[in-house]
Design a protein around this ligand. Structure first.
Ligand code: AMP
Ligand code: ZN
Length: 102
């Protein structure tokens, strides 16, 4: 999707270090962290938000990735967050799960 920050990161048009990658999704450190550890888990397919998800296999795969990332990063306690819609604070209109930990 044109003009989507996360699609541009996936396509290497914007440089960013992937902390995790598999067939379905990738993860990066949040550029403006709201916790000591703040990771974003992002599907490779452009889906605007949870409201546009029809096949929940995608969400399952994303949460499997959350667990793998947490193991890799030694994160044992954490919050996950999905903002849906601008009025709820969604800034980037490409679905993502926040992982927040101290
Ligand atoms: P949300 O408000 O749920 O849409 O979250 C979007 C998140 O993306 C925010 O926490 C931003 O700090 C983060 N963000 C925006 N641009 C970048 C970027 N280039 N690299 C990493 N994180 C970003
Ligand atoms: Zn996108």
């Amino acid at each position: 999707m044109e003009n989507c920050i996360f699609c541009k990161i996936l396509n290497k048009e914007i440089p960013s270090k992937f902390v995790y990658e598999d067939d379905i999704c990738f993860a990066i450190n949040d550029i403006n962290p709201k916790a000591k550890k703040h990771i974003l888990v992002i599907p490779k397919v452009h889906v605007e938000s949870l409201n546009e998800v029809n096949d929940f296999e995608l969400i399952k795969k994303m949460f499997e990735a959350v667990k793998k990332i947490n193991k890799q990063e030694n994160i044992t306690h954490f919050k996950t967050l999905i903002n849906t819609g601008a009025k709820a604070g969604q800034e980037v209109m490409h679905l993502h799960i926040h992982i927040l930990s101290d």
